[in-house]
Ligand binder design. Sequence first.
Ligand SMILES: [Zn+2]
Length: 76
Amino acid sequence: MKGYVNIPKSVYCKPCRECGARPIIAHAGIEGYVVKCPNNDEHYRTVPGIIDVEDWNIHNSQLYDNDYDLKMMGGR
Ligand SMILES: [Zn+2]
């Protein structure tokens, strides 16, 4: 039984660094939830617990990408 939840479009999240897919939220049993790539479990996934899109974003940032994105988010 797999429970996947699409992240709402209103939530800012980066595409998978490996394949460019938009991440999904997966239920990880009693441990909570993970944010993960829908295509490959070996791509980055967050530690099970709270839904941590921010952690996903950090780990899927391209080098030098962070400052740019922070400015983008601040401008909204
Ligand atoms: Zn991926």
